[in-house]
Design a protein around this ligand. Structure first.
Ligand code: FE2
Ligand code: FE2
Length: 354
């Protein structure tokens, strides 16, 4: 979030301006404390405390101060504001004061909340709520392609199904846009987004004890895990999800282009680009997240490991992932230049992923 130019040099760093776009999402109770810039004393002073009931008169006053560029919050209130906006993601589509790193974090937590709610209670109503935040996300993506670097920086490494789903959404959409999108034409991203988010839906019905097992899986346990595809099929039939793209992401994300995947051993020519994108994003997100026996892999190494599995993953997509990571991250760029270090890390990484 940036300070308003009107008061440039007058507003101490710890205050952040908020726009009428955000203010319009406040209900009857204030989610954060507000301050105003007092011209007479040339200082920022409290206006209303958090939880204040907004009477029409107070609302009027708040909106007027906001239109005049006088409304601020303290940086300590920022987390509270982010939590509030994550429930009202639509406000981000036209928000100008919020910087993109902050917006990406707000998107992450807003979508994560809806994913958790749907996974915990997979019914038509929670699915609709999830779809509506995805629609806002798809719209936001088109405003500026540079936003992707920030989305990438928000990926979480915890071994948690809902986080894995949001990570897969962010990575899969980035890879898809980088590979498929040409020119100015706007692509429809809602179906792919839902497919990426829901690809592991069946995992919600696998016992937690198995999911969080701290040790290698026995043969039977591995088979049980693989059943998440059949379980998901029953769930999406019950939810009447008929969209072919969503279904193929869910049913085919463990298929590999050489036919070595499961459950049907399908090969490249019977897999859509979107499904291949889902496989790459899913595998990448699994490798970078922390597991019981290892720390998540460095993103550039994870992407390189996938490009080396060119029999299993589409090389165009894995290369797009590598170039995306490098182009948006100076640290990764430096690492990939250091051939010796890369070689050491690479062999270590390959060992870990065996
Ligand atoms: Fe899966
Ligand atoms: Fe997955």
């Amino acid at each position: 979030m940036s300070n308003q130019t009107k008061h440039e040099n007058l507003i101490p760093e710890e205050f952040l301006q908020i726009s009428s776009n955000i203010v319009s999402t406040f209900g009857n109770k204030l989610p954060v404390s507000l301050c105003i810039y007092d011209d007479e004393f040339q200082r920022v002073a409290p206006l209303f405390a958090k939880e204040t009931r907004l009477t029409p008169k107070k609302k009027d006053q708040m909106e007027k101060e906001c239109q005049n560029g006088n409304l601020f919050i303290t940086k300590e209130e920022y987390a509270g504001l982010a939590g509030h906006i994550s429930q009202n993601l639509g406000a981000l589509l036209t928000e100008h004061y919020l910087d993109e790193a902050a917006a990406a974090e707000i998107f992450y937590s807003g979508i994560l909340k809806k994913v958790r709610s749907f996974f915990g209670n997979p019914i038509a109503e929670t699915l609709e709520q999830l779809k509506s935040v995805l629609a806002i996300f798809s719209e936001y993506v088109w405003v500026d392609r540079n936003r992707w670097s920030h989305f990438f920086n928000t990926l979480q490494r915890t071994n948690d199904l809902s986080c894995h789903s949001v990570n897969t959404l962010f990575v899969g959409t980035a890879v898809y846009l980088k590979t498929v999108h040409k020119g100015d034409e706007k692509l429809e991203l809602n179906s792919l987004g839902l497919g990426l988010i829901l690809h592991d839906l069946g995992m919600t019905q696998i016992p937690t004890a198995l999911l969080s097992k701290a040790g290698p899986f026995l043969y039977k346990e591995k088979q049980r895990m693989q059943e998440h595809i059949d379980i998901a099929e029953k769930m999406i039939n019950r939810l009447e999800i008929k969209d072919a793209m969503v279904r193929s992401c869910i049913l085919d994300h463990h298929e590999r282009i050489d036919g070595s995947g499961y459950p049907r051993g399908k090969k490249a020519d019977s897999l859509s680009t979107e499904t291949k994108v889902c496989s790459v994003a899913d595998a990448f997100c699994a490798i970078i997240s922390n597991r019981w026996h290892r720390k998540g892999l460095n993103p550039i190494l994870a992407a390189i490991v996938l490009t080396e599995s060119s029999k299993r993953y589409d090389k165009n997509l894995t290369s797009a992932l590598v170039s995306f990571i490098i182009s948006n991250n100076p640290e990764m760029q430096a690492l990939i230049q250091d051939k010796e270090k890369m070689q050491q890390l690479r062999s270590l990484a390959l060992k870990q992923c065996e």
